[in-house]
Write a protein that binds this ligand. Structure first.
Ligand SMILES: Cc1cc2nc3c(=O)[nH]c(=O)nc-3n(C[C@H](O)[C@H](O)[C@H](O)COP(=O)(O)OP(=O)(O)OC[C@H]3O[C@@H](n4cnc5c(N)ncnc54)[C@H](O)[C@@H]3O)c2cc1C
Length: 313
């Protein structure tokens, strides 16, 4: 019930200014984000790999309205890929990219428009990822970007078929998108969806979102692609496991994904039962939007959050 108000509040400039004064070392921030630098992210990856987990890394940043900033983000990914390769981690770690962080939201007046810039920037990251021996997954953002993101995905997959997609079960359109993307070699991350969306495009009731998630799971697990089941929901994990055996899926022909810092014991439990488990590691200076979405999902953490704001620790 608190999810929508928190997401709405998070758009306020004053709130952003206040929350952004928290040091990254503050408990509430570090519980979701290992740090601001590439080396903290690489160290966190190495730690997870030691525990038998895989990783996907996200250099935080979104809604860039500045071409230079988009370029800085691309360079951050190139540096990250280089450091992952140098650390011998690319067999276990890939990268997740938000197109809005690499130019998708730039106006048409800038060098061919945001869509084209984001595509070219994504291509650069995909090439570097392939050279480093790993892959890219395109995160999915709010519904106004879905068409553009899927169009970029289609273009990228012509040269880089290994590029992963993300679909959000809360959107009415997603079951059909799952059908379209359940083909051989197609890596698809299914999540519930983290943005505040209108009822014209998205289910509003949690139960309806869960039902949609299960319908989408069925399509993906029965299909020919590689489903990436991104949820912390114990019910969804259980349902996914039984659907995987119902559809004759061997372990390793799909994977579970969870966010850094959320249900770490469950991540290890699944991995020790033979499942492939990938942890999404966000890092960088721009942790605000990410943190607010996580708080909106877990209002139980609000008091912890408010205490951090007051004590600034
Ligand atoms: C790897 C990964 C990548 C993602 N990528 C995207 C993306 O590209 N676009 C996008 O819109 N969203 C993305 N998301 C976020 C996703 O859409 C959801 O907002 C988020 O995962 C919360 O949904 P949930 O499935 O975990 O279930 P929820 O409905 O939030 O939670 C269900 C249950 O899970 C358990 N749980 C949830 N959170 C916690 C917690 N903090 N601690 C303990 N238990 C908890 C509780 O039992 C809870 O009742 C991603 C999520 C993951 C895991």
């Amino acid at each position: 019930m608190l999810r929508q108000p928190i997401l709405l509040l998070s758009r306020s400039r004053q709130i952003k200014k206040l929350v952004s004064t928290l040091p990254v070392t503050s408990g509430i921030v570090t519980s979701y984000v290992p740090g601001e630098t590439t080396s903290t992210a690489v160290d966190a990856t190495a730690g997870l790999v030691d525990d038998g987990l895989k990783a996907t890394l996200d250099f935080l940043g979104e809604d860039t309205l500045d071409a230079d900033q988009a370029e800085t983000t691309v360079n951050a990914y190139l540096d990250l890929l280089q450091q992952l390769a140098a650390g011998g981690l690319t067999r276990h770690a890939e990268v997740s990219v938000k197109l809005s962080a690499i130019g998708q939201a730039l106006p048409d007046s800038v060098a061919g428009g945001g869509h084209k810039i984001a595509l070219e920037n994504a291509r650069t990251i995909c090439r570097a990822a392939r050279n480093a021996g790993t892959t890219v997954t395109l995160d999915m953002e709010d519904h106004t970007t879905t068409e553009s993101t899927l169009a970029v995905l289609r273009e990228l997959r012509k040269d880089f078929p290994e590029t992963g997609a993300v679909l959000q079960a809360y959107l009415h359109r997603t079951e059909a998108d799952c059908r379209a993307l359940a083909y051989e070699g197609s890596r698809v991350r299914l999540c519930k969806g983290a943005y505040q969306e209108p009822e014209t495009v998205a289910f509003q009731d949690r139960l309806d979102v869960d039902k949609s998630y299960v319908r989408c799971l069925k399509v993906l697990l029965a299909g020919q692609g590689y489903p990436m089941i991104a949820t912390h929901d114990p019910r969804m994990v259980e349902i996914a496991s039984s659907l995987a055996s119902r559809y004759g899926r061997a372990q390793g022909s799909y994977e579970f994904q969870m966010l850094y810092g959320i249900r770490p014991e469950e991540q290890k439990r699944l991995a020790s039962s033979g499942e492939t488990v990938r942890v999404y590691i966000p890092y960088g200076l721009e942790w605000y939007g990410y943190l607010m979405r996580r708080l909106a999902e877990r209002p139980q953490n609000l008091s912890f959050f408010l205490k951090s704001l007051i004590s600034k620790k």
